[in-house]
Design a protein around this ligand. Structure first.
Ligand SMILES: [Zn+2]
Length: 229
């Protein structure tokens, strides 16, 4: 799953509009942001295996640190705690932790049974939606549209304009999604790891899109606190 995770980031905006889209993207996609670095460090492994599913030609041999349910709980808690100790904002911290967890649940729907339950035992799960090309594209596109729709409405409710930068990002993400599915099979695991690192650009881009909203939210909170004193 790719755009579905970013859809969760956009959708979570309605739960806590003051959270930057960049932070929400980082949480919802955290496991796949971590994974390429672990591949590069030779800690986790993937094999290119054309035809293994209709969508991704990848055999995820081993990714217990980034994608086992046990570790995902830990990452979610860690992400929440770091945000909480930075902001003392409990609600935002909880929303971000749930976003981190959501990644594994969405992966569970699409992956073959290759997602480990715990980092130390062999039990692996996955419902395998990736075996259906159209099923995956339809469901993931629907998720993406719902995410965009929620983000758009929550921005309008908060009197902020949805910028051209947002629509450009949406267009680029969808294009990359289609290239991933219909484009050539990558040459090596190293190429996959390098390509996946570029997802950080989406996070940075999302921070840039939301920068005004972010500063407005902080200013508003500051005024409320000041009035309370
Ligand atoms: Zn993943």
């Amino acid at each position: 799953m790719f755009i579905g995770h970013f859809a969760v980031g956009m959708g979570a905006k309605v739960l806590q509009p003051k959270l930057s889209l960049g932070t929400l993207f980082m949480a919802a996609q955290f496991l796949d942001l971590l994974w390429p670095s672990l591949l590069m460090l030779n800690i986790e492994h993937v094999t290119i295996s054309p035809g293994i599913t209709e969508i991704a030609p990848l055999d995820f041999d081993s990714y217990p640190i980034s994608h086992s349910l046990g570790m995902v709980f830990l990452w979610a808690i860690l992400f929440s705690f770091i945000y909480y100790f930075k902001s003392f904002d409990r609600k935002s911290a909880i929303v971000l932790g749930v976003c981190v967890l959501s990644h594994w649940l969405l992966d569970l729907i699409v992956h073959r049974p290759d997602l480990p339950i715990s980092p130390i035992n062999e039990l692996k799960v996955g419902f395998g939606l990736w075996h259906s090309l159209y099923g995956t594209i339809i469901i993931e596109t629907m998720l993406f549209v719902v995410g965009i729709w929620i983000y758009y409405n929550s921005s309008r409710k908060n009197n902020t304009i949805v910028s051209w930068g947002f629509w450009a990002l949406i267009g680029l993400m969808y294009l990359i999604y289609l290239i991933n599915i219909f484009g050539p099979v990558p040459d090596s695991a190293e190429d996959i790891a390098i390509g996946a690192q570029f997802q950080w650009l989406f996070v940075i881009w999302a921070y840039w899109i939301d920068r005004r909203k972010w500063s407005l939210a902080i200013a508003k909170e500051y005024l409320v606190r000041k009035r309370a004193i």
